[in-house]
Design a protein around this ligand. Structure first.
Ligand SMILES: [Zn+2]
Ligand SMILES: [Zn+2]
Length: 379
């Protein structure tokens, strides 16, 4: 801590000089080290992390690099800490911060846009044109913790005040880490038009985003909501989160026809596509009715061939959804606060900070039916 820090700290939360932090070496190589604690600047706070969830995107970052972008390139061997779905307590305030108090429980969204580019000015800060431009003499003010700046697989993090959401005392640490996942589907559904009440909606792929997609869609009034997957255990959780119907691809001869049997010959109004495979994308196109909308919530690792003529002829819209923009996490938190759905159903495992490599293995190989795994940095 430098003597020049002119923000606020509290004796209630004494700050050590160093913390435990995982850093990324080569691909798939993580090291647990001591990192100095940096103090917050203007519009920033220091968060003592109490829980951080593992996301499929963390697995991509750790093994391949993108969408992380550190110092203009791949994130390897740059002393970079991944992890982006965390929550904790505010323990220091940067100069002039009055939006939060020391001791507030908060959860985070990822992106803090530069605030000056065309997209940020439209409120589309997850699509900031200055993503990752924050190194050397370049500092556009953009931050995305766990992607372009240090993330949450450690004990403390710096966050811009506009990336924080207050957590009620009644909500557990583990549940609070899920707000950003619910916020991603909330962003998708609101970008698709939002008025999904009474509209038929299919979710393909019961990962964390798909499962919470079911929950958010139901909370927004969509119906019937149909969940498609291959694992019975996950489909069961989908039903607990409100899915009116679940379809196991393995048991259906023709998944498009199975959906039409439920919603009618014309097809469904909305699809949230969370699988990212060629088959799932084409199924999504073929089960959507004329003028219907598809939300792309998963990203395939390579280009995929899809049925464009069918889309054009039938005026089917497709939306790429990046992150959890337009303050969607705040709307998701409101639903979770009101217990409109039980997000905790997707949390399956908890590990200590030192066990991160094991936890990542559980997430990658879905050991013991793992869905959402949470790390407790102080256990
Ligand atoms: Zn994530
Ligand atoms: Zn921007």
């Amino acid at each position: 801590m430098s003597g020049r820090f002119n923000g606020k700290t509290s004796d209630k939360f004494p700050l050590p000089k160093k913390m435990k932090a995982w850093v990324l070496g080569d691909p798939n190589e993580l090291m647990l080290i001591d990192k100095p604690i940096v103090m917050p600047g203007k519009a920033e706070v220091l968060v003592k992390i109490d829980a951080v969830a593992i996301c499929a995107t963390d697995l991509d970052v750790i093994s391949h690099g993108p969408p992380a972008l550190i110092e203009g390139g791949l994130p390897f061997n740059k002393n970079f800490t991944p992890g982006h779905e965390y929550m904790g307590r505010v323990v220091a305030l940067g100069p002039s911060v009055d939006e939060f108090k020391i001791g507030d429980r908060v959860t985070v969204e990822i992106h803090s846009g530069c605030g000056q580019c065309k997209r940020c000015r439209m409120g589309m800060y997850t699509s900031c044109h200055n993503y990752g431009l924050n190194y050397g003499n370049l500092n556009k003010g953009h931050r995305a913790n766990g992607f372009t700046t240090d993330g949450g697989f450690k004990q403390y993090a710096i966050n811009n005040v506009n990336t924080l959401i207050k957590v009620p005392d009644s909500m557990s640490d583990e549940e609070a880490t899920l707000v950003v996942t619910a916020g991603t589907t909330m962003y998708g559904l609101t970008e698709l038009g939002g008025l999904v009440a009474g509209e038929s909606l299919v979710v393909i792929g019961p990962g964390p985003i798909g499962l919470l997609g079911v929950a958010v869609a139901k909370a927004l009034g969509a119906g019937p909501v149909i969940l498609i997957g291959t694992r019975e255990s996950r489909l069961k959780i989908g039903r607990q989160l409100g899915a009116d119907f679940t379809l196991n691809v393995k048991n259906e001869k023709d998944i498009v026809q199975s959906v039409k049997k439920i919603v009618g010959e014309k097809g469904c109004d909305y699809v949230i596509e969370c699988a990212g495979t060629k088959e799932a994308l084409n199924d999504a196109i073929m089960m959507t009715n004329r003028g219907g909308k598809i939300c792309l919530a998963a990203f395939p690792h390579k280009p995929v061939q899809i049925n464009i003529p069918h889309m054009v002829i039938n005026n089917i819209y497709m939306f790429g959804i990046r992150g959890e923009g337009k303050s969607a996490t705040h709307r998701a938190m409101q639903f979770m606060k009101e217990k409109r759905f039980n997000a905790k159903l997707v949390h399956t495992h908890t590990f200590n900070l030192s066990e991160l490599p094991t936890a990542l293995k559980y997430a990658r190989e879905r050991i013991d039916d793992a869905i959402k795994i949470v790390i407790k940095p102080w256990g």
